[in-house]
Every structure is written in structure tokens, then in C-alpha cells.
Design a protein around this ligand. Structure first.
Ligand code: SRM
Ligand code: SF4
Length: 596
């Protein structure tokens, strides 16, 4: 029998010579399994393979896989990531990160000495993404911010986390209304994780094959047009999936990532159409009850980009959490694990069929679900822009939506936002999937003073028609997969276009550094996707241009319009300027608007 390879060789050596570091296990002790999660019994066949391969299933999320799925996961020919999981499941990192950090602080090891899989893959279970290619030794820490909602205390803590990293420390609001901290070192990670957990946040289960940040409405609870306040559902679902942020071994080894969005109104602020699971608030015309129609399978990837399809299911609000947990278990136990390009939820729904897929969930829930509610609205609903100042459903109160250029935030910004939220609002903010921020519950009398604050000169409440619609992924500044630099270029291009043109309405430009489309190029009115291009016969950074994305009640994906366009602003600006004039009614500054 082949001996088990220690997954973290240096740490394993060091462990033999040192007593456990003080404080170790504060996070580990909190890590528990999902309440009521049953571990399927081990078949003799699987037990024999485990023994033969010397695989340690203790504490491992893999033990929750049924025998059939365990066999597939144990197949040495299966996808690289499944092999890495098998050798030592990433869920171990919920405990090991504290130990690794302590050993580094004691000078007994360094990130560079650790096993590659440990540093570059398994730490992602704890939300730590090593940026080896761009900033070696520095990690991006991805949080979970259900419904994008955050308190001023949490904001201040995040600012304090990145401040010590100086020029290396910054953060981004993500396209899942989430926060990613940058510049983090492994030796600090356990303290940051403990601080997050003390404040009701977590970074656990935010990467690899886990459920991503659960998105809702950024104006939940204050929106005069909402059918339901999505906040409690997002928080409850996140708590159930992550075991209150401590890590949940039962749901941590899915075949692939999975996105869940919950929309509150016809605006579909959560973009249900591009989520693996989209829950769209609807009022059942027959009963008057407000619940959710389920959409399934929307996703983007290098190989396939697809909008969700109807799951032909209506959920009451009480059914949302049990439904999603049952769905995740079905996905975990039956989803494909061999080919990561065919592992997203849509492939399973297509393989099973919508009705059998629902039946499998019903079986786990032990109840029959209603079919989707069919609605016929007799008016057209234009998705509302949450930026700017808007009256809430609460008399005399307003929300202010501020544009955070390309979603980038510095330590001081967290503090300034926290101060503003406390001074003018109720001490909370909400992030949006467009990488912006909303300050809710501002009394009318305080609006003018608030808007004059320096932070809202930096993050304008009344941004221009392109800046307010700009979304950008991380790009080559930090992302190893990027083909182009995104955020800085996007800001330069947009500012130049706004200087040149009068643009009659917001144009949503989505910039993404590669075909994974984290910046959702297919969602924009205009999408720019990093791609190869040539200039004077030489390879240069380029983009594909997409056109025509629609969001809201009747969504559609933007289609590829041009490819091989050099991404140099000197070329990109005139190209986009022409498009803005021909397709979006823009006119050169100073020129008379066309008649009619
Ligand atoms: Fe993403 C991988 C950043 C939203 C599709 N994404 C990555 C990685 C982790 C690549 C890597 O190994 O470094 C990027 C980290 C870069 C960094 O340092 O920030 C990354 N994705 C992001 C973020 C930060 C973009 C942003 O600037 O906002 C978003 C984080 C969301 C969050 O809070 O969790 C982000 N990623 C998305 C979205 C948009 C969405 O969720 O609406 C998509 C397309 C929708 C989807 O997933 O269906 C997306 N990211 C991907 C994919 C392609 C997935 C696939 O099935 O093939 C990858 C690559 C992969 O998973 O293999 C990827
Ligand atoms: Fe990185 Fe590509 Fe995602 Fe942009 S789209 S963050 S470049 S993986």
C-alpha cells in the first residue's frame, strides 16, 4: 500500500518539534458539521480503497459523499482538484490555517516552504487565495457578506485589517456584492479570521467548490416596490450553509462552485438569470402569497455561457433554506466530478431533467413543492438605478447610492464609510453586485450635509453616465488568469469618453479580464472581455466587445460584436466612442444633438 503523503510537509516536520501554538484551535473548535447531517455509511469497497491509498478522511468533507460519489472522487484519473481534495480535504484548513500562521510567526516555516497544494489550493477553503503570480506571499481574502450588508463596526475592522499592509493593502467590492481584502499575509490570517468571526463575518467556504456569496437586494427593507425583504433569508441561508461561518464539512465538497441569488422585486437586483440558483420574488395571484419562483443553471465559464431556465417550482419563504440545502445535497451527491467544465449545476439539471431534479429535492425535503407561479404583468418594468438619492418606503427617510469607481476601496475608505453610515444613517451599508455602496436610512434633513462629505466626492452619489454603470473584475493587477489589466484601464477609458461625449442615459459597461467573465461581460450594455489581439503584426492585450446585455425583468445576454480589438485606450476609446454615438445616442460635447 502506498504511504500517505503528508499534505503539508514542512508544517508536519515542524509540528514534531514544537508544542501546539497558543491560541490554536479557536477557529477549529468552532468548526462543526451541519446540524443533522448524516454521514453515509462506508461500503467495504470504498473502505478498502481508502486503506490502500492511505487517505485520511477524518474531519474531511469528503466523508459526506455517498459511496458512489466517494468512488468517483477517489478515482485517481479524475480532475486534478478532486485528487487534491482526496489527498487532504481543504476543510482541514479551517483548523490548519491557525497552526500554519503560528508556525510562520515563530519563524519555524514560511509560506514559500509549504506544500504547493496547501498554499495555492486548500487555503481557498478558508477564503485565502494566494496571489503567487502577481504578488507572491500575499493573499486575497474573500469574505462572505450575505445580501452585501455590513455594519460600521465590520467596516472599521476591515479597514484596520488592510491598513498595516500600506501600498499592498486594498480591497474590492465584488460582482457578488462581497468584499475581498488584499495584501494579507499568512501569518496574520488566523487573527483576521478570528476577528471576522467575532463580528459575525467569515471567509470560510468562499472559494473552490463552495457556495459563493449569497446576493439579495441592496435596498431590501427600504424599497417601496419590494415584495420581500431578502436580508433575513440571505443571512439564514448563509448561516445554514456555513454552520454560522465556522465551516460546514457536509456542504464543502461540491462538484463545483455554485451561485445563489435572491431577488426582491421585478428589478431582479441579484441577477437571477446568471445564478446557478435564482429565487425570484413573486406574488401568487391566486393566494396573494409572496414567495419565490426558482430558476436554475445560469452560469458563465470559458466554455459555456448560459442563462438560467425555469425550475418550475414555487417556494414559500419558509421553504427557501430547506430547499437550498436539499438542492446542494443533490448537487453534491449526483453532480459530475470528472470534467470541471461540465460540473456546474446546469449540467446536472439537464442530465436529470427539471422534474426529476425537483423530485430528488422533494425527496430530501420530505415534502411536495408547488409548481412555479405564472405571472402576466400588463406594464413594462424598467430596472431602477439604486445610485443617487431615493425616498424609502419609510416616510422621511432616504437611501443614497454612491459609485465606488471600479469597486476599489482603501483602508481609509472603510473608516470614512463607517463614519458616514453612523453620522447620517443607521450605521449600516449595503454593497451591490455593480460594486457600489448604498447608505440607507438617511433623514431628509441630513442629505445635503452628507453629500458634501469628502468620501462622497471620492465615491460620487451623482456619478456620470458611464462611471455609474461601470463594473470591472480584478484583472491582471492581482488575478493569475487575467489576459489584460482591467480596473485602471476601464476607469481611464470611461473618464475619457465622458469628457468627449454627452451621453443621454446610463450605459452599463462591464469589463472582464478573461473569458471566465467574473466581470460579467455578457451582462453589460457593452461588455469588454480580455482576449488576444494584434497590432502591427505583434500580439498585444486585446478585448472582445459584447453588445446588448439586458438586466431586470426580461434579461438577455450580450452577444459578441467584435473581437481582436487592441485594449490600448488610444484604440479602445475611439472604438467605444463610435459605438456610444451609433447605439446609445451619445453626441460629441459641444455638438448639437441630432434632430428627433
Ligand atoms: Fe470569478 C475564478 C474573481 C465573480 C466566474 N474569479 C476567479 C478567481 C478566483 C481566479 C483565481 O484563481 O484567482 C478570481 C480571483 C481574482 C482576484 O484576485 O480577485 C475571480 N470572481 C472574481 C471576482 C472578485 C471578480 C470581481 O472583481 O468582482 C468576483 C468574486 C465574487 C465573490 O464575491 O465570490 C467573481 N466569477 C465571478 C462571476 C460573476 C458572478 O458570480 O455573478 C463569475 C461568472 C458567473 C459564474 O460563476 O457562473 C465568475 N471566476 C469565474 C470562473 C468560471 C467558472 C466556471 O464555471 O468555469 C472562474 C474560474 C474557475 O472557477 O475555474 C473564476
Ligand atoms: Fe480573473 Fe478572469 Fe475572473 Fe477577471 S474574469 S477576475 S481576469 S478570472
Amino acid at each position: 500500500a502506498a504511504p500517505a503523503r503528508p499534505a503539508c510537509r514542512v508544517a508536519a516536520r515542524a509540528r514534531r518539534s514544537v508544542a501546539p501554538p497558543p491560541g490554536r484551535g479557536s477557529v477549529a473548535r468552532a468548526a462543526v458539521d451541519a446540524p443533522g447531517a448524516e454521514v453515509p455509511p462506508l461500503s467495504d469497497e470504498v473502505a478498502a480503497i481508502l486503506a490502500e491509498q492511505g487517505i485520511d478522511f477524518e474531519r474531511s468533507g469528503l466523508k459526506y459523499l455517498p459511496n458512489e460519489a466517494r468512488l468517483r472522487a477517489l478515482d485517481r484519473k479524475s480532475a486534478k482538484f478532486e485528487k487534491t481534495k482526496n489527498e487532504k480535504c481543504g476543510s482541514h484548513m479551517w483548523q490548519d490555517v491557525a497552526e500554519l500562521a503560528a508556525l510562520i510567526r515563530e519563524g519555524k516555516t514560511s509560506w514559500a516552504d509549504l506544500d504547493l497544494d496547501e498554499v495555492d489550493v486548500r487555503l481557498k477553503w478558508a477564503g485565502l487565495f494566494h496571489r503567487r503570480k502577481r504578488t507572491p506571499g500575499r493573499f486575497m481574502m474573500r469574505l462572505k457578506v450575505p445580501n452585501g450588508e455590513m455594519t460600521s463596526e465590520q467596516l472599521r475592522f476591515l479597514g484596520d485589517c488592510i491598513a498595516p499592509y500600506g501600498a499592498d493593502g486594498c480591497a474590492d467590492i465584488t460582482t457578488r456584492a462581497n468584499i475581498q481584502l488584499r495584501g494579507v499575509t499568512l501569518e496574520d490570517a488566523d487573527h483576521i479570521i478570528a476577528g471576522l468571526q467575532e463580528r459575525g463575518l467569515t471567509s470560510f467556504m468562499s472559494g473552490m467548490d463552495n457556495v459563493r456569496n449569497i446576493t439579495g437586494s441592496p435596498i431590501a427593507g427600504i424599497d417601496p416596490h419590494e415584495l420581500v425583504d431578502t436580508r433575513a433569508l440571505c443571512h439564514e441561508l448563509n448561516a445554514a450553509i456555513t454552520s454560522n461561518g465556522a465551516g460546514n464539512a457536509a456542504l464543502t465538497n461540491l462538484p463545483r462552485k455554485i451561485n445563489i441569488g435572491i431577488s426582491s422585486s421585478r428589478d431582479d437586483y441579484a441577477h437571477c438569470h446568471i445564478n446557478d440558483v435564482g429565487l425570484k420574488a413573486v406574488r401568487d395571484p391566486a393566494s396573494g402569497e409572496v414567495g419565490f419562483n426558482v430558476e436554475l443553471g445560469g452560469y458563465f465559464s470559458i466554455k459555456r455561457n448560459v442563462m438560467s431556465i425555469s425550475g418550475d417550482t414555487f417556494l414559500t419563504q419558509e421553504q427557501v433554506v430547506p430547499y437550498c440545502i436539499a438542492l446542494l445535497e443533490v448537487f453534491r451527491d449526483h453532480g459530475a466530478r470528472d470534467d470541471r467544465q461540465k460540473a456546474r449545476l446546469m449540467w446536472l439539471v439537464e442530465a436529470m431533467g427539471v422534474d426529476p431534479f425537483r423530485a430528488a429535492i422533494e425527496q430530501r425535503m420530505g415534502q411536495t413543492l408547488r409548481r412555479e407561479v405564472h405571472l402576466a404583468y400588463d406594464d413594462e418594468w424598467v430596472r431602477r438605478d439604486v445610485l443617487g438619492v431615493h425616498a424609502q418606503k419609510q416616510e422621511g427617510l432616504f437611501w443614497a447610492g454612491a459609485n465606488v469607481p471600479a469597486g476599489r476601496m482603501l483602508a481609509a475608505d472603510f473608516h470614512a464609510l463607517a463614519d458616514a453610515a453612523n453620522k447620517y444613517g443607521d450605521g449600516s451599508v449595503r454593497f451591490t453586485v455593480e460594486e457600489n455602496v448604498v447608505i440607507p436610512n438617511v433623514p431628509e434633513a441630513k442629505l445635503a450635509e452628507m453629500q458634501a462629505e469628502p468620501i462622497f466626492q471620492r465615491f460620487p452619489i451623482h456619478a456620470g453616465p458611464l462611471l455609474r454603470g461601470l463594473v470591472s473584475c480584478t484583472g491582471s493587477q492581482f488575478c493569475p488568469l487575467a489576459l489584460i489589466e482591467t480596473k485602471n484601464r476601464a476607469l481611464e477609458v470611461v473618464r475619457e469618453l465622458e469628457a468627449q461625449l454627452d451621453i443621454p442615459a446610463t450605459v452599463r459597461i462591464h469589463v472582464t479580464g478573461c473569458p471566465n467573465s467574473c466581470g460579467q461581460a455578457q451582462v453589460g450594455d457593452i461588455g469588454l472581455m480580455g482576449a488576444p489581439a494584434k497590432l502591427d503584426g505583434k500580439a498585444v492585450e486585446g478585448v472582445k466587445i459584447f453588445l446588448g446585455g439586458k438586466i431586470g425583468e426580461n434579461p438577455d445576454l450580450a452577444k459578441e460584436f467584435q473581437k481582436g480589438v487592441p485594449a490600448d485606450p488610444a484604440i479602445l476609446v475611439p472604438r467605444l466612442r463610435d459605438l456610444l454615438i451609433s447605439e446609445f445616442g451619445a453626441v460629441p460635447k459641444g455638438a448639437a444633438a441630432p434632430a428627433g
